[in-house]
Design a protein around this ligand. Sequence first.
Ligand code: DGL
Length: 273
Amino acid sequence: MTASGATPRPIGVFDSGLGGLTVLRALLDLLPGEPVVYFGDTGRFPYGSKPRDDVLKYSVEIADLLVHRYDAKMLVVACNSATAAGLEVLRAHADVPVVGVIEPGVRAAAKVTRSGRVGVIGTVGTIASGAYQRVARENGAGLELTCAACPGFVELVESGDIESDQVHVLAERLLAPVHEARVDTLVLGCTHYPLLARTISDVMGRDVVLVSSADETAFEVRAMLQPGVLPAGPDRAAVPAHTFLTSGDRDMFRTLGARFLGPEVETVTEWQW
Ligand code: DGL
């Protein structure tokens, strides 16, 4: 309850599955007083290899669920593939503010690069969409982007394999284009990739700064919670109750969710479309 006695409206966060919990971690750390309702579309996972129209349709369905049924006051699209597929469509569709992860990722890279040569890795859908290149052009920081799709990375993370020889060999092959482009900054343009950071860093070399959009996305959300614009949650002394929804198996979500997020994943509700 807020000081006025009203139930605080949650921030709606969604992803194709569990990866968005890496973004949620940053959000909860920065805004500990905000209640969150998280939807992981594990029943229709993955998004990164699906046609854009399918990903867009799923995203609109989830946005409607979070806003109309769970009264979300804003939406965080904590999925690069969904952001790439149609952030603008979602913004036009939803009657609450919508934050994606691509603009924050590009901004974070622009802040740390010295040479301006920036690599971006992501799913096939994200890279093929050209969304990172478009946002970088619009950002006006003069970044020279080299993008590479990394099919297979997500599946390895989901299976819990983040440091084996197999991951290393695959990473050497898939990261070759960004390595050869001599980037000094690499955007982890997929919610799963922060869990592969050690292997990616081994392959890229210690001088290459790895950037994930999670922190920058959380800053963007905080900036939007302004009095008179969007009300912030109760003060941080109150521990808010979070809601976790999955379109797949509840037990699997809870077990793997704790790996991505931590102990906050308690009660998980299965959602049937
Ligand atoms: N969450 C997706 C992303 O950030 C990765 C998993 C998927 O392919 O759905 O692109």
